[in-house]
Design a protein around this ligand. Sequence first.
Ligand code: GRF
Length: 201
Amino acid sequence: MKLRLGFLASHGGSNVQAILDACREGRLDAEPCVVISNNSDAMVLDRAMAARVPAFHLSSHIHPDPARLDEAILAVLEKHRVNLIVLAGYMKKLGPKTLARYRGRVLNIHPALLPKFGGKGMYGHHVHEAVLAAGEKESGATVHIADEEYDRGRILAHKKVPVKAGDTPDSLAERVLEVEHQLYAETLQRIASGDIKLEGL
Ligand code: GRF
């Protein structure tokens, strides 16, 4: 079954861009179908429009009732016949209806080597600060299945980077982000090729 990707992202969307590029260049056999952001100013919406992918702003400003927001997100994903959700820097939790409908078919990328350095509050610079504070020799990125718990679902793939002497959270974040871009597209291609099997696909 051809992968039909629905992205949710809150900010810049460099991971979304890397996946859009991989699809365009034929490195990833998947169809980017829709991009949803909770942030109307997010650059990811501009990236989507530039790539002619339908883009929507759906947030608690538009739907203050969380149940309505959940239904609105699910309706957009279903309308665009999405069969795999790609979270890429999405700072909100998916609602119960969307999670139930796409159980096992929601991917997330985390900027550390899960199961270490994950969980509530572990996002952005907090992750890299914790890795440096722990004196780790390596960090990296993890693609995993997302469910109700933060960063707890099945781990699909890792890519490592070294932690270097004199690293700051910024320098480490930059090194990790570079491998995130490779890892996300590669992992999606392994799903597309059947090398990684997901329930319901
Ligand atoms: C990435 O570091 C990702 O691991 C985390 O959020 C960041 C998103 O970056 N979940 P971008 O918006 O894709 O540039």
